[in-house]
Design a protein around this ligand. Structure first.
Ligand code: SF4
Ligand code: SF4
Length: 410
């Protein structure tokens, strides 16, 4: 799969949400209704991306995945609560052999469904089954125009396969949606990446600057580009977008660290987005489990309705009662709700503080320090730690390599 933008709602998915409303689904919209269900059906993945946003200790959640029946029940329960968009993600969802069954059920229930994949495991037989089963949309991650960088950053030989899979998706009449995570190894190839996407017939291209959570936080010094490179990338994107003959829609997601205000993470904690992780934990965002002293509900023990409406975890950061200064009395708080709770905790150790991305935050110097560190050759030239099961096991067992400076546990 690809790393979602700002660990939040994919811009491409947002673009397509209008289609879901026309998908024969009646949505009873209220302020806090889980319109989006993201099913992270497995944390297993054949790729080992250096920027993967999965938890560094994902390995401990790979042994107790929900069964097919439990996923189907989860889909039914979420639909009853009003969810209309379903993302099937991971890890690599295609490592499970029941995605076809999940797709058929999603269609029956009236979801607009989106498979988010690295492409590994997508065969002609499976894509035909997805088409027949009613899957609406496939989002494929790409990494670079060069085989060298693709294979390096994923620590696998997947370049040719991705090109083949892109053609297969197009061949089956799906809208071609490509996601490229940008970092210092590929940001200089942006124009060529956009040309490649156009040549592959992409309808949508999401250029997602790396956000620093999970494995990308572990490798932050190694991955972060220069501010000038990000500015240049934005300029090139704008120029390409304005090309009169380009029909491809391009979304450029600005990295948090180079802005001076945070994003409204997940459009608000427990507002519209609900994630069910591989082991059944119900989360308001991908990395919420890094937060201390919160027990997240699990679908094996509690229903989704309890998780969304009643659980202390989902109510913890709704509204603004939890806010401290400077957010509490800030005139901009409606715009960003103080930013991301996980980023606040990961960097400052205080989950209730303003996201350090904000220039008004007393912890903003941590972002400035991170940018400086990423340009320090002693730090940035240390080898990348790839997302392997072995490394994940070590993090789960308390290894603090590369993360001792953060408050993430592990
Ligand atoms: S390793 Fe790569 S493909 Fe696999 S889940 Fe992580 S980002 Fe997605
Ligand atoms: S102080 Fe808080 S509410 Fe105000 S802009 Fe910064 S993060 Fe947002």
């Amino acid at each position: 799969m690809s790393t979602p933008t700002s660990l939040g709602q994919s811009v491409v998915q947002k673009e397509l949400s209008g289609q879901a409303k026309n998908n024969g689904v009646a949505a009873n919209t209220t302020q806090t209704q889980p319109l989006w269900l993201l099913a992270e059906v497995t944390y297993r993945c054949p790729l080992q991306c250096a920027f993967c946003y999965n938890p560094a200790d994902f390995d401990k959640h790979t042994q107790n995945e929900l069964s097919t029946e439990q996923w189907i029940q989860t889909l039914r329960d979420a639909r009853k609560m009003g969810a209309i968009q379903l993302g099937i993600s991971g890890g690599e969802p295609l490592l499970r052999d029941d995605i076809e069954e999940i797709v058929i059920e999603a269609k029956k229930l009236g979801y607009y469904s989106n498979l988010i994949t690295s492409g590994v495991g997508l065969t002609e037989k499976r894509i035909q089954a997805f088409k027949d089963g009613g899957l609406d949309h496939i989002q494929l991650s790409m990494h670079d125009i060069t085989e060298e960088i693709n294979n390096f950053i994923t620590n696998t030989k997947t370049f040719k396969l991705k090109q083949k899979v892109a053609a297969m998706i197009k061949g089956h009449g799906y809208p071609m949606v490509l996601n490229v995570v940008l970092h210092r190894y590929n940001i200089g190839h942006l124009k060529e990446i956009m040309e490649m996407a156009e040549a592959l017939g992409a309808d949508y291209l999401e250029l997602a600057n790396t956000q620093y959570y999970g494995w990308s936080l572990v490798n932050r010094d190694q991955l972060m580009p220069l501010k000038e490179q990000v500015d240049e990338a934005e300029r090139i994107t704008k120029e390409f977008r304005e090309k009169a003959n380009s029909k491809m829609k391009i979304f450029f997601v600005v990295p948090d660290y180079f802005g001076d205000r945070p994003k409204k993470c997940m459009n608000g904690w427990g507002e519209v987005f609900m994630i069910v992780a591989a082991n059944g934990d119900v989360l308001p965002c991908h990395s919420a489990r890094v937060l201390p002293n919160i027990e997240f509900p699990n679908v094996r023990e509690h229903g989704l309705e309890y998780a969304w409406k009643e659980s202390p975890a989902f109510n913890r950061y709704r509204g603004d009662d939890w806010m401290k200064e400077p957010c509490r009395s800030c005139s901009e708080k409606e715009n960003d709700l103080g930013g991301c709770r996980c980023q606040a905790f990961l960097l400052s150790g205080d989950a209730e503080s303003a996201d350090p991305v904000c220039s008004l935050s007393p912890n903003h110097h941590l972002i400035e320090q991170a940018i400086e560190d990423s340009q320090n050759p002693i730090l940035s030239e240390k080898p990348i730690i790839f997302r392997t099961n072995e490394k994940s096991k070590e993090y789960g067992e308390g290894n603090k390599e590369r993360i001792e400076g953060f408050h993430a546990v592990p």
